[in-house]
Design a protein around this ligand. Structure first.
Ligand code: NAP
Length: 281
């Protein structure tokens, strides 16, 4: 079994990006919109700010009151769309329930949509066109590439169909010529399907859900899950790592597998947007 070390791949990407940003005449700028005082949102935003600082990227945070109206949020996004000094716009989830997040994502200019949630980018992904794609699945593709894991012709099974992980993951694997099966909470006989997977991506949010009897000998197992262990309070994945690892050819640990790739992929998307915008000028 080979452990897929997301931490070291992310560190390598970070050094590459740092050198790239240092060569730019002007610093790229990421604008982040955070609404209210959700603790998780604030942690995610702080991590992104830290990474921007490390790479020499400008970080502009718009921290809005929890009671902001939809029209004020849309107005801010439009203002950021029109500001040519802003290269990427990110709306940090979760946002208060009274706001329509899909309308907000739709308003973010597809050219600055570094999270890949605008339906224009989602549509392009589905059509196999060049686009901004959600960072977690894109980071997983980078991990597969770094470890020279062949995707073409393989049976890839993705468990989970969220807009941020499962669906874009399945599209990326399909675009890389895998034969893809998507499973979800209504899937019948799940383990009959997972046992046929050459590549198994698990993104459900259920600790240690995948056990050795559910996987094929020699499978590549990618664990996206981030869960807190009810007993130890440690972060654990959706895969029962200790139980599964000896049956896999490759596996991502939690923490240290998929997680570190997400923020670095966001930075890559931002730099791609910056480079696109520089060419336009
Ligand atoms: P989500 O929006 O809650 O989606 C979970 C998906 O899993 C849904 O499609 C659901 O099916 C499916 N599911 C739930 N229980 C299932 C079961 N027993 N059998 C089969 N499918 C099942 O979650 P998410 O945002 O995609 O995140 C998934 C996990 O990844 C979470 O632990 C999250 O914290 C983690 N995550 C990690 C990163 C990272 O950077 N490492 C990034 C994002 C998310 P239905 O659609 O039928 O409900």
């Amino acid at each position: 079994m080979i452990l897929i070390d997301g931490k070291s791949v992310a560190a390598k990407c970070r050094e590459e990006l740092k050198a790239k940003v240092a060569s730019f005449e002007k610093k790229p700028t990421l604008a982040v919109i955070r609404i209210g005082n959700d603790v998780a949102s604030s942690i995610y935003v702080n991590l992104k700010q830290k990474m921007c600082n490390e790479l020499g990227i400008n970080f502009v945070e718009h921290h809005l009151d929890a009671n902001i109206t939809q029209s004020d949020l849309i107005a801010l996004i439009k203002q950021l769309n029109n500001n040519c000094d802003i290269n990427g716009i990110l709306l940090q989830s979760p946002i208060p329930f009274h706001l329509n997040i899909l309308e907000a994502f739709k308003t973010i200019s597809p050219e600055k949509d570094v999270d890949g949630f605008n339906p224009v980018n989602v549509g392009k992904l589905v059509q196999g066109q060049e686009c901004f794609c959600a960072c977690t699945p894109l980071g997983i593709m980078r991990l597969l590439k770094e470890y020279n894991i062949n995707i073409e012709g393989k049976h890839a099974v993705v468990i989970g169909r969220s807009n941020i992980v499962g669906r874009p993951m399945a599209e990326l694997l399909l675009n890389a010529n895998a034969t893809v099966t998507i499973c979800h909470s209504r899937t019948k006989n799940l383990s009959d399907i997972t046992k046929t997977a050459d590549i198994l991506v698990v993104a459900i949010g259920n600790p240690k859900f995948i056990t050795a009897d559910m996987i094929k000998e020699g499978a590549v197992v990618i664990d996206v899950g981030i869960n807190r262990s009810p007993n130890t309070k440690k972060i654990i994945g959706d895969v029962d790592f200790a139980n599964v690892k000896d049956k896999c050819s490759y596996i991502t640990p939690v923490p240290g597998g998929v997680g570190p790739m997400t923020i670095i992929t966001l930075m890559e998307n931002l730099i791609k947007s910056y480079e696109n915008m520089q060419n336009i000028k």
